[in-house]
Design a protein around this ligand. Structure first.
Ligand SMILES: CC(C)(COP(=O)(O)OP(=O)(O)OC[C@H]1O[C@@H](n2cnc3c(N)ncnc32)[C@H](O)[C@@H]1OP(=O)(O)O)[C@@H](O)C(=O)NCCC(=O)NCCS
Length: 157
């Protein structure tokens, strides 16, 4: 994982980020949504680069003391190498440093890889939003991590 570099999302990253988004999500974000993430002052949006190639990205909104993980995706050919672990870890540390004390997110009930990822970092399921996703009416699992102030990184094996 030492060859993965994390940096803030910039305009020049958007075409590649969109490519990963479209191939990873059943309801992909628009180009405009990513542009807005660069401008927003309550969000932290980062990309993971291997050499000169973007291999993943993730974002969080920090609202008062809550860090809402809004998205994460990793290019299919770079999965299971710890990239998402590194991205979410970086977001949690950055959110911690600006005063977030807890973190939350929603994940599709059937998205086992993402649920496992979040659980491996310390998130716990805390409730269900029934038929939350408009494309297929899938339920969302709400996950929370309390005690973010004292949280420490957990390496992927
Ligand atoms: C979910 C996703 C971001 C994981 O990215 P990744 O870089 O492969 O994840 P990592 O390699 O950092 O995995 C970290 C841990 O998450 C869990 N995990 C990740 N993918 C998994 C899978 N396919 N099956 C089971 N557990 C998985 C494991 O606990 C893993 O640790 P381990 O490898 O030591 O067992 C990736 O599969 C993806 O982009 N999916 C499509 C987009 C998506 O669903 N985003 C989440 C929206 S909420």
């Amino acid at each position: 994982m030492s060859n993965i570099r994390i940096s803030p999302l910039e305009e020049r990253h958007i075409p590649r980020v969109l490519e990963i988004e479209v191939s990873s999500q059943s309801c992909p974000w628009s180009e405009e949504s990513f542009r807005n993430e660069i401008k927003t002052d309550h969000g932290i949006f980062i990309v993971a680069e291997e050499g000169t190639e973007i291999v993943g990205f993730a974002g969080v909104w920090v609202v008062v003391d809550e860090a809402h993980i809004i998205t994460v995706a990793v290019d299919e050919s770079h999965r299971r190498k710890g990239v998402a672990n590194k991205l979410i870890t970086e977001l949690l540390l950055r959110a911690q440093s600006v005063g977030a004390t807890c973190s939350t997110l929603e994940v599709r009930a059937g998205n086992e890889p993402a649920k496992k990822l979040y659980e491996s970092l310390g998130f716990k399921p805390a409730g269900i939003r029934k038929r939350y996703y408009p494309d297929n009416k899938e339920d969302a699992v709400i996950m929370w991590m309390y005690g973010l102030s004292a949280w420490e990184p957990v390496s992927a094996s």
